[in-house]
Design a binder for this molecule. Structure first.
Ligand SMILES: [Zn+2]
Length: 121
């Protein structure tokens, strides 16, 4: 179980493939944490280096398509499973909302941390 790429990851503090956000003012890069994500419901992030607020670039259509598709697929899957297990339409609807929102937030947070760029406000 010894991988030849170990020397690359041992020096890096960032885990996995997570790319940091880059501040457009001072070029300081910082990782997007869940805490920052929740503190910025409208997509505004405060740079921990210079303190200026920047916001994520407007989403393109395919980003929204991906999010909506993910929400629908996971929502309908949760709904069908809950309906099958509990045989109750209300519990099914509840699962639809939980599954849909859960996946929607996960995709949205991932997009913010990986694909979107910060721009000055
Ligand atoms: Zn900055």
């Amino acid at each position: 179980m010894s991988l030849p790429t170990n020397h690359r990851t041992s020096h890096s503090k960032s885990r996995g493939l997570k790319k940091p956000l880059v501040c457009p003012y001072c070029q300081y890069s910082f990782p997007l944490t869940w805490r920052q994500y929740w503190a910025a419901p409208l997509g505004g992030y405060r740079c921990s280096q210079c303190g200026k607020v920047s916001h994520v670039k407007a989403n393109s259509l395919w980003v929204w398509t991906t999010i909506i598709t993910g929400v629908m697929v996971s929502g309908i899957t949760s709904f069908t499973l809950a309906l099958y297990i509990f045989n109750n339409l209300w519990i099914g609807t509840l699962f639809f909302l939980i599954g849909g929102f859960g996946v929607g937030i996960l995709i949205d947070q991932w997009m913010d941390g990986h694909l979107r760029h910060l721009e000055p406000r």
